[in-house]
Design a binder for this molecule. Structure first.
Ligand SMILES: Nc1ncnc2c1ncn2[C@@H]1O[C@H](COP(=O)(O)OP(=O)(O)OP(=O)(O)O)[C@@H](O)[C@H]1O
Length: 457
């Protein structure tokens, strides 16, 4: 929670701010233009953006608008920097959602205070989102296809036991939802459900995330606490959901194995072990047996986690679930956006069944939300309201070409294809694909999620 992006065309301001903020312990990146800034924001998560309202290439308010429209989990707080004569615009910007504004020449004291408060606001928003997410995902596992009915039965049967479950399935198929459903039907339902996505965390941090640290042995940063409880400790008495478990290093796997066997572990820098009572539910989109053969995953850990295997098929193999899922999402978002009784035409549903859904149910859910937002006056969603992407599989037969409405759409489609191609070359190995693309593995992972790309088994 300390990543700042400074966007200003004056090199002097960029450099002096960068030096000061670095000294204060922030991680700082700079950009001279709005285009450069938007590019950076699409590739990595920032907490606060200090945005000059007067930039050579783009209007500051437009840029602010674009930032606010980014995928919600990544939207940073924006602090506007304004010069003389642009205060009015800065005030307007705060009305449009900017957190605050700073006036040039910058006062060091005020800049630091505003930045600190913006960081706090960003943290609070994240906590609230997590809380809202926890409430909103309490839904049921929807679907009337044979495999989904079987899965629901399996959940009922296994939930009350303490057995470890390993859930296999592509990204976005509903593995976490199934993990939560298991928790809610278990004897631990009144205790916590803690999720850790092993692929979204840089390798260096996984151990401290899992086991926590003591006596200041954690990563340094402004206001970093001297100790932190890891996910194992926070999940005590409840369920720990380890997502993308195949993405842990062999070293971390050895520690997890020991923690599972002994139900105790040593936080980094601690001298005494912590005892816990945790039920672990793990999930993976990789073929772990193949990873074992390649020497990337420990066989003993695999058997420890895989007491009861669950297989969630990709959405393209159970397209009969689409109408029910759409109905459920229309109801969810209809309620959220104050538009009850939303529906979708049979034509549109048929078109959705033509598409191959590489991002699975997550992609379908995102699509329903996007269509709802982009068509504020519509109560019945027709085929013409669906994004072009859906028609790509059906090609010209559907009467829509490869036209994209915006540059962003075209770019996303291109990025998506390129990432898929790289992943294919690397046999679905995200780490190697990231290397080939010149990205951090965790960045590629976030990008894949945003673009609805999943690794094929
Ligand atoms: N059967 C379902 N019924 C209702 N909603 C679903 C279903 N499956 C998935 N979803 C929704 O789709 C989204 C993605 O699901 P989830 O996060 O559980 O997938 P995942 O397989 O864990 O993905 P990843 O591997 O990328 O973490 C969530 O919003 C979830 O609520």
């Amino acid at each position: 929670m300390n990543h700042v992006l400074i966007v200003d065309d004056e090199a002097e301001i960029r450099e002096s701010l960068e030096n000061i903020l670095r000294e204060e312990g922030y991680v700082v990146t700079t950009a001279a233009t709005a285009t450069e800034a938007l590019e950076l924001l699409r590739d990595a998560a920032y907490d606060v953006v200090l945005l000059d309202i007067w930039l050579p290439d783009r209007d500051g308010l437009d840029t602010l608008g674009e930032i606010r429209q980014m995928e919600s989990a990544h939207v940073p707080e924006v602090v506007i920097i304004s010069g003389h004569g642009t205060i009015e615009a800065a005030v307007k910007a705060t009305k449009l959602g900017a957190y605050d504004f700073l006036e040039k020449p910058l006062s060091l004291a005020r800049t630091l205070i505003v930045l600190k408060n913006a960081m706090k606001a960003r943290q609070m928003r994240e906590d609230n989102q997590e809380f809202a997410r926890q409430l909103s995902v309490k839904g049921t596992v929807t679907g009337n296809s044979v495999p989904m009915k079987a899965l629901r039965q399996q959940i009922k049967l296994m939930a009350p036991t303490n057995g470890r479950v390993l859930i296999f399935g592509e990204s976005g198929t509903g593995k976490e939802l199934i993990g939560r459903a298991m928790h809610e039907e278990s004897l631990r339902k009144d205790r916590v459900f803690v999720e850790l996505n092993c692929a979204a965390i840089p390798e260096d941090y996984i151990e401290t995330e899992l086991f926590g640290y003591r006596h200041g042995a954690g990563p340094a940063g402004p206001g970093s606490p001297t100790e932190k409880r890891g996910t194992f400790e926070r999940a005590d008495g409840g369920t720990l959901f380890l997502d993308e478990v195949g993405d842990m290093s062999l070293k971390t796997q050895a520690k997890v194995l020991r923690a599972l066997d002994e139900q105790r572990f040593l936080p980094v820098g601690a001298s005494h072990p912590v005892h816990v009572d945790v039920r672990v539910i793990a999930a993976t989109n990789k073929d772990l047996e193949e990873e074992i053969a390649r020497g990337n995953f420990r066989e003993d850990l695999f058997y420890r986690l895989n007491v009861i295997p669950f297989f969630v098929p990709p959405l393209r193999d159970r397209k009969e679930d689409i109408p029910l899922l759409v109905k459920e999402f229309l109801q969810q978002f209809g309620q959220q956006y104050g538009r009850p009784r939303m529906e979708m035409s049979d034509d549109a549903l048929a078109a959705l069944k033509q598409y191959h859904w590489p991002g699975n149910v997550r992609e379908l859910r995102n699509l329903v939300e996007r269509v709802l937002i982009l068509n504020p006056k519509v109560q019945r969603i027709e085929k013409k309201h669906l994004p072009v992407l859906v028609f790509r599989d059906a090609g010209k037969a559907a009467g829509r070409g490869e036209e994209f409405a915006t540059l962003l759409q075209a770019r996303e489609a291109y990025e998506r294809d390129y990432i898929l191609k790289k992943l294919d070359e690397c046999h679905g190995n995200v780490s190697r694909a990231a290397e080939g693309l010149g990205l951090e593995r965790s960045h590629l992972y976030r990008k894949m999620k945003a673009l609805g790309v999943s690794v094929k088994e």
